[in-house]
Design a protein around this ligand. Structure first.
Ligand code: BGC
Length: 725
């Protein structure tokens, strides 16, 4: 019998898609648009039916059992179904699989997309080989303005441009640089999420309404997705929120007009978990038929886990759903399956017994990423770096001094918080202070279960504080590990308050009263606001959630083996009432007035976007600008390491447009780069901006170049103006 064209790898993908499509029944087509789970989801928010395995479905997510289990199920799909269409296996591989990398928000602070690309590459290789995953629901590229929202941790910060650069890097890391790379072993499909505007949830409350103007959509929320699509992302996840009254899963203007019409996206869109049936909760419609027509018609191709699309065949038969709408969606899903090489290689090679995919090189990369992500925010009197030779006794205090979970954070894949896999700060300390006696004290009464909100996990306790104070008095230096539990940020982890817990406040007060040098390390998945308490710390190093090798990196930074180079990718407010506060805001209408009468003289954030210190001093020369007639401008600046230690300087280029017909943000990022500098070394950093880059955002969301003066600043250290016509 002749091999059908769709099974012939030599045929072009489009011909194979067409051939397969014409052989499929309505039911087979509808099944390709459904995603189901096997086993329990790792995400506690996703409680869904545990369906019996159906080998005809298009996709499975969050199955347990790894590569062997996937292969066993996959064999049924390809050998026992009529057409033998392989299943695409999805999973939330967000910042690693067995090797855990820093959380994405931390990665954003590295301002080094090459590290994000490498870490996504490792994550892809590990989850493919070990878990049989060929599709990750990552990267999340949402611009976050509200640190109360728990999910900022999953994105790269508040800047749309930087999110776009990281989106592209992550896509390249997972998929490879060219579409043809997707077929290679260890490459998986990326998924840009959540499309679009979910991070604008009112009040930072997860799953809330979002009120997004046409301008805000284009200025903040869409650009990172466009960058990811242009980098070749093969899938996109629609979001839970409403876009000005239309639930995103049913929003044709973004899912079809923008994504496909404007950007030429030809992969497929999957809904977020149960988002199609949630159209009932959003009071759009409680009729599954209407939900299906709205979502599929808008361009949401696959239905994640709620089986609403089972209505598809009946809707087609009743003449309510044109078959071409169905075919279009199915073709998109099949296209990606062909591109992944699933028809030729439906199963993944299983690792030999006893072999692990967690390699030393991956762990070294995890340490490098963690070093690059940490942000030094305070260093009074140059207390850091500590000289291990001078430390005879070290008091290591705080609820997170001996926690693996606090290093891993949310979505930690298959990484274990067991100290054998994720050494804690305490586990690693002795290596860096070989001659010192290290005393560990929690300083608060900590619950057994870190999987609860921080305030519930920690209890202020006089006896625990007294023990910590005694240890501090005996020590030469005190290091206190503050922050949040490993489950305090992430999905459905919004906080009404982002202060330190009362237990930690009390602990810092007591430790500060000993007069010993006090170094604060913060493990957290979001900005926290505790400016007054922080003044009692001599140093403040924000570690975020640094992953499998976060503790090693922390001590390397504390002892000066490495030089901190992270910069904040998200603004830190002084107080919750200041939210939203972000760097690329619109100008105020009056100058010289306090923003709040209860924050007199303390205008602006606690730490601005881009903040971050190092152990060396970097000097900036003058920014030099040259206008290029009819094409834009060129900028350059010389940066010099004027200190005695090697380091890396993040040059962030900002553009300001002092006069335009529609008001523009005070400044916006238009480029950045991380420059390694030896002591005494200078380098020239260059930037080129086209008229398109200079164009001013208009109320309807379009950009228009308006000739006139522009200001360019390098890291707010040096700036210049030029007239561009
Ligand atoms: C989250 C997504 C995630 C999906 C699958 C949803 O609840 O919003 O980000 O990819 O679950 O686990």
């Amino acid at each position: 019998m002749k091999t059908p064209a769709y099974k012939d790898p030599k045929k072009p993908v489009e011909a194979r898609v067409r051939d397969l499509l014409r052989r499929m029944t309505l039911e087979e087509k509808a099944a390709q648009l459904m995603q189901r789970t096997i086993g329990r989801d790792v995400n506690p928010e996703n409680v869904g039916p545990d369906h019996p395995f159906d080998p005809t479905v298009g996709s499975v997510l969050t199955f347990t059992g790894g590569a062997a289990a996937r292969n066993a199920f996959q064999r049924i799909a390809v050998e026992k179904t009529r057409l033998g269409i392989p299943i695409v296996w999805g999973y939330d591989v967000i910042h690693g699989w067995r090797t855990c990398f820093p959380v994405p928000l931390a990665q954003g602070c590295s301002f080094d997309p090459s590290l994000a690309e490498k870490s996504c590459r490792v994550a892809a290789e590990e989850c493919w080989a070990d878990g049989g995953v060929d599709w990750t629901f990552s990267p999340m590229v949402e611009v976050g303005h509200d640190p109360r929202w728990g999910r900022n941790v999953e994105g790269y910060g508040e800047d749309p441009f930087a999110n776009g650069v990281f989106a592209a890097a992550a896509v390249r890391g997972y998929q490879g640089r060219r579409r043809a790379d997707l077929k290679k072993p260890g490459r998986i499909a990326a998924c840009l999420k959540h499309f679009v505007g979910y991070s604008a949830s009112e009040g930072g409350r997860d799953y809330n309404y979002t009120d997004i103007s046409a301008r805000a959509l284009r200025e903040w929320y869409l650009p990172p997705f466009e960058a990811g699509v242009r980098a070749g992302a093969r899938t996109v996840m629609s979001s839970f929120n409403c876009i000005d009254g239309t639930p995103a899963v049913a929003d044709k203007s973004t899912l079809t007009d923008v994504l496909r019409g404007e950007w030429g996206f030809d992969g497929f869109v999957v809904s977020d978990w149960a988002a199609v049936s949630q159209l009932r909760i959003q009071r759009f419609s409680s009729d599954p038929a209407v939900q299906t027509l709205a979502a599929l018609g808008a361009g949401n191709d696959m239905d994640m886990c709620d089986d609403v699309y089972r209505n598809v065949p009946a809707l087609v038969k009743a003449g309510r759903l044109p078959v071409r709408v169905l075919d279009r969606a199915v073709a998109r899903v099949l296209r990606v399956k062909f591109e992944l090489g699933l028809f030729e290689n439906p199963c993944v090679p299983e690792l030999p017994r006893g072999k692990t995919c967690r390699l030393p090189a991956s762990l070294d990369l995890a340490a490098e990423c963690a070093r690059s992500c940490a942000v030094l925010l305070r260093n009074e009197g140059g207390v850091l770096p500590l000289d291990p030779k001078k430390v005879k006794r070290l008091a290591l205090v705080g609820p997170y001094a001996d926690s693996g979970l606090a290093l891993l954070g949310c979505w930690r894949g298959m990484c274990s918080e067991d100290r054998s896999e994720t050494p804690t700060l305490f586990d690693e300390a002795a290596r860096f202070f070989p001659g010192a006696k290290i005393e560990l004290e929690r300083g608060v009464v900590a619950g057994a279960d870190e999987c609860v909100a921080t305030a519930a996990y920690e209890k202020p306790d006089r006896a625990a504080i007294a023990r910590a104070v005694r240890a501090a008095r005996r020590a030469d230096v005190v290091v206190v590990a503050l922050g949040e539990t490993g489950r305090s940020s992430g999905e459905c982890r919004s906080r009404r308050d982002i202060c330190l817990s009362p237990a930690q406040e009390a602990l810092v007060d007591a430790l500060a009263a000993t007069g010993k040098p006090l170094v604060g390390l913060v493990l957290a998945g979001r900005p926290l606001a505790f400016p007054k308490t922080a003044e009692k710390l001599d140093a403040l190093l924000w570690l975020w959630q640094g992953g499998s090798r976060g503790a090693q990196a922390a001590w390397e930074l504390v002892t000066g083996i490495a030089n901190p180079s992270g910069r904040l990718a998200m603004t830190f407010p002084r107080a919750v009432g200041q939210i939203p506060v972000y760097y690329n805001a619109q100008p105020r209408s009056r100058e010289g007035y306090d923003e709040y009468q209860d924050l007199v003289g303390e205008n602006g954030p606690w730490f601005p976007f881009g903040a971050g210190l190092s152990y060396t001093t970097v000097e900036y020369g003058k920014v030099r600008l040259a206008a290029r007639p009819r094409s834009g401008l060129r900028a350059e600046v010389r940066v010099k390491n004027a200190g005695k230690r090697a380091g890396a300087e993040t040059v962030i280029w900002y553009l300001s447009d002092p006069e335009s017909t529609s008001t523009q943000p005070i400044r916006r990022v238009v480029g950045f780069g991380k420059i390694p500098l030896e002591p005494g070394e200078s380098k020239t950093v260059r930037l080129s901006l086209s008229r398109k880059d200079l164009a001013a955002m208009q109320p309807d969301g379009t950009r228009r170049f308006e000739p006139g003066e522009f200001e360019v600043s390098a890291s707010l250290r040096s700036s210049a103006r030029v007239d561009v016509r």
